[in-house]
Design a protein around this ligand. Structure first.
Ligand code: PLP
Length: 361
């Protein structure tokens, strides 16, 4: 036994046990190199093969076309909020934003420092407890790009479809990247911090259409230019080497699971198990309309929003090894994050606990 808990953290979050074990086995001597990945020059043959394999596996599992660059950057998803308008903003043109939650609000704050922002749809009036309606949007004629977030980690909403836009479509997929099959060509930039569905924090994945790389003005700081990172295969400076290695292991794990089709099917099954348990139990409810619910972050509450009882729920769950079920501090309530690596057995254990907890009330 390894004494691991069922960890429902929203991020950093649970990783597949098999890749942790693999990393452990490789930790002090990676594949006979006599070195840990942490100790290798980022320009060594060994590390180059780790990086190249990680990119190649990601391209394969996500079916990324050749006209897209794949970058491994630092600074988290949050640095992208600044890099995007610096790289893609255009003089006198607004950025169209679909505002579906707190992470997008943080992005808006940064985009505004570089460009005019045009909020084309928002669910802020509904406290973000549903998604903005995409069918009635009118986009600007001259937007430099359109920005949105695919999965709202804090509120538990997730877009099932994406708008067709004339301007390049930029999507924050930090909390649902690689959770389902998507057509990469429907997007122009996809970015994600690694710590939800990919690996340890410290790596940020950016998938960007190559024809956008030249938009960035030369006066922008070199470290903030996608073009410079792309020209240098993400080795312009020392990249987060261990994080890239771990990400590579996760990409291989996804391939071993049967790729994104199998991952998506499993994620749907996992989410249905938990939402059904919430719906069928009068003690709990989900504040999000069915069609907007996230398969990654399941937000729920105790009827009547009884905060004391929610606290008891969290404490008693913790005592039986079900951890990190507290909702985000900005919204309260309960949240179970069930990313790719969350085993269905953990969700079943949570469902069983919910039933026995409800029976006692
Ligand atoms: C976690 C998260 C972020 C922030 O990621 P950092 O890597 O901490 O900057 C941004 N967007 C979404 C949707 C997230 O879930």
């Amino acid at each position: 036994m390894n004494n691991r808990v069922a960890n429902f953290s929203a991020g950093p979050s649970t990783l597949p046990l098999s890749i942790l074990e693999k990393a452990q086995a490789d930790l002090i001597n990676w594949q006979g190199s006599g070195m840990s990945v942490m100790e290798m020059s980022h320009r060594s043959k060994e590390f180059m093969s780790i990086r190249d394999n990680a990119e190649a596996t990601l391209r394969k599992i996500a079916n990324i076309p050749d006209d897209y660059a794949v970058l491994f950057l630092q600074g988290g998803a949050s640095l992208q909020f600044s890099m995007l308008p610096i790289n893609l903003g255009q003089e006198g043109k607004p950025v169209d934003v679909i505002n579906s939650g707190s992470w997008t609000k943080k992005a808006i704050k940064e985009i505004k420092k570089e460009s005019e922002v045009n909020i084309v749809a928002s669910s802020e009036e509904d406290n973000f407890l549903k998604l903005p309606d995409l069918s009635t949007i009118s986009f600007s004629d001259n937007a430099s790009f359109t920005y949105m977030c695919s999965n709202n980690t804090i509120f538990g909403t997730q877009f099932k479809s994406f708008p067709k836009t004339n301007a390049p479509l930029v999507v924050d997929m930090s909390s649902d990247i690689l959770s389902r099959q998507l057509n990469i060509s429907d997007f122009d930039v996809i970015f994600a911090g690694a710590q939800k569905n990919i690996g340890p924090s410290g790596v940020t994945i950016v998938i960007i259409k190559k024809d956008l790389l030249d938009r960035c003005p030369d006066r922008a700081p070199s470290m903030l230019q996608y073009k410079i990172h792309a020209e240098n295969d993400s080795l312009y400076n020392t990249p987060p080497t261990f994080g890239i290695y771990m990400a590579g292991l996760t990409f291989e794990w996804i391939a071993e699971q049967g790729g994104l089709a199998a991952i998506e099917a499993q994620n749907k099954k996992k989410a249905a198990l938990l939402y059904d348990a919430i719906e069928s139990n009068p003690l709990f409810y989900c504040p999000i309309p069915k069609e907007d619910r996230s398969d990654m972050n399941v937000v729920f509450r105790i009827e009547g929003d009884r905060e004391e009882l929610e606290k008891t729920f969290i404490e008693e769950a913790k005592a039986v090894g079900l951890r990190e079920l507290k909702g985000h501090r900005s919204v309260g309530g309960l949240r179970a994050s069930i990313y790719n690596a969350q085993p269905i057995e953990n969700i079943q254990a949570l469902v069983d606990f919910m039933q026995s907890f409800a029976q006692k009330q």
